[in-house]
Design a protein around this ligand. Structure first.
Ligand code: ADP
Ligand code: MG
Length: 456
């Protein structure tokens, strides 16, 4: 019977934003279900109402189509909530803030993904600074850098590092409260508390909200803080949250897809606070790190992956770690489904499909033209045999970007650059990767051209 309920909930999950799923959908438990009657348990009244208004109708509809009968629904509130909210039993009245945690009382482990730990994080030149900063903050919270601000593109390990800090601090200080939220969760909960305030005279869950974020945490981790962009009232709330925690010497760690200076619609006073501590970037891993990540992941998941296969995948999936992991899972699934090992044949077949869906619609011609224009060299020189540094460097950049942004193989690329050998293309790509890792000037030039190319 319970299965029916679970299935019905699952049927609507894909339509619900992840942050809402965790906040509003998951906390509702089914405690009893029999012929035509369902009993649900909610952590508090607000969750119950939100669930009733937003999710229950679709879930019931799904259930009713499945079973061809109608259901009545009844709610109960979790016992601990009933104690906390006296108005449920004794009528409307102001609610006291959550009591201070008595010394020595157990603190629940933070809400973190188990596998996002430091020992599963592969360190390479593009993330070692952020990794070291994260480790130091975890080892000595609030003593050095507050806040730690981690930024970088999607799928490069920001969330992983944030969780790793949380795990490590929890391990070393089991009595500390480590609070993790996404920017979206912070905003949604804040707006929820505001609405609750307006809707019912009794509700003052704003106080709960403030206890949760301003007073309770010993460490606050907020992921995807860019979500606060252009949300004035939530930013204002976060500003005060930040001040309260910072003043109390509590560690704050933030992750963002942009630098503080580049965050649109963020007030200056908040932007400047984001830069008070340390800013660390995670960048696209180089080939060697990508190989190492694949091997580590294969080892953890007990997948047999040859060096050759790892190198091939790492060379072709060069966007971010999430896609790298996706490619490996895909391969492992195919191999186990066909009950065969991961052969190079399988790797080629699977990658041809995967990499074909990723690209940007860019062609080698467009890339050559843009790179030539950027470096102010002639297009026919870029494609020709001249070896002078003035054209050789732009040529290598163009080869590197072609490799990165299109599906073309090394031999194909070679043929489009005046019939060069595939090994020339490989060494060009490696060289630019190495320079990008070592030389910020090269990195910024390549990133500028790439971002121009990626613009629609
Ligand atoms: P972001 O938050 O920057 O978008 P995530 O932290 O969600 O990226 O990382 C995406 C996936 O890649 C996660 O499964 C994460 O564990 C993995 N990952 C990212 N960087 C590394 C790394 N250096 N070593 C191992 N796994 C990594
Ligand atoms: Mg993330």
């Amino acid at each position: 019977m319970f299965e029916l309920w679970t299935e019905a909930v699952r049927s609507i999950e894909p339509l619900v934003k992840p942050a809402h799923r965790d906040l509003w959908l998951r906390p509702i438990e089914c405690v009893a279900m029999d012929e035509g009657h369902i009993r649900l348990r909610a952590p508090n009244r607000y969750n119950k109402e939100w669930f009733e208004d937003n999710f229950l109708p679709s879930i019931l509809k799904d259930l009713e189509t499945r079973t061809q009968r109608t259901f009545s629904v009844e709610f109960e509130l979790s016992p601990e909530t009933v104690v906390e909210t006296p108005e449920e039993t004794s009528g409307p009245g102001p609610r006291a803030p959550l009591p201070e945690r008595p010394a020595g009382a157990p603190v629940p482990p933070p809400d973190l993904v188990n596998r996002y730990t430091f020992d599963r994080f592969v360190v390479g030149p593009t993330n070692s600074f952020a990794h070291t900063a994260a480790k130091m903050v975890a080892e000595a919270p609030a003593s050095r850098w507050n806040p730690l601000f981690i930024h970088g593109g999607v799928g490069l390990g920001k969330t992983h590092l944030l969780h790793a800090i949380g795990h490590e601090i929890h391990r070393q200080h089991p009595d500390w409260r480590v609070t993790f939220a996404t920017g979206e969760k912070f905003v949604t909960e804040f707006i929820g508390s505001l609405m609750n305030q307006k809707r019912s005279s009794a509700g003052n869950s704003m106080e709960e909200f403030r206890t949760r974020y301003r007073t309770a945490p010993d460490v606050l981790l907020v992921d995807d803080i860019q979500f606060l962009s252009n949300k004035d009232s939530s930013q204002d709330e976060f500003f005060h949250t930040f001040n309260a925690l910072h003043y109390a010497h509590k560690q704050i760690v933030l992750a963002s897809d942009k630098l503080p200076a580049e965050l649109p619609g963020v007030e200056d006073r908040l932007r400047s606070r984001f830069t008070w501590g340390l800013i660390a970037e995670v960048e696209t891993p180089d080939l060697g790190t990508r190989v190492a990540i694949l091997k580590r992941k294969a080892e953890i998941e007990k997948v047999d992956l040859s060096d050759e296969a790892a190198l091939y995948i790492a060379a072709h999936v060069n966007t971010n770690v999430r896609e790298l992991e996706g490619a490996l899972s895909h391969l492992a699934a195919r191999a186990s489904f066909q009950n065969q090992p991961i052969t190079m044949e399988l790797v080629h077949a699977v990658l041809a499909k995967l990499v074909a869906v990723a690209p940007s619609g860019l062609t080698v011609e467009i890339i050559q033209r843009d790179v030539a224009a950027y470096f102010d060299v002639k297009l026919h020189d870029l494609k020709g045999p001249r070896r002078h540094r003035v054209v050789a460097h732009p040529r290598m950049v163009a080869m590197y970007l072609t490799r990165k942004l299109t599906n073309m193989s090394y031999p194909e690329i070679g043929s489009r650059f005046g019939g060069k050998d595939h090994s020339t293309v490989i060494s060009a790509v490696r060289k630019i990767e190495r320079l990008c890792a070592e030389d910020p000037a090269v990195r910024s030039v390549v990133a500028t051209i790439e971002s121009r190319l990626r613009q629609p």
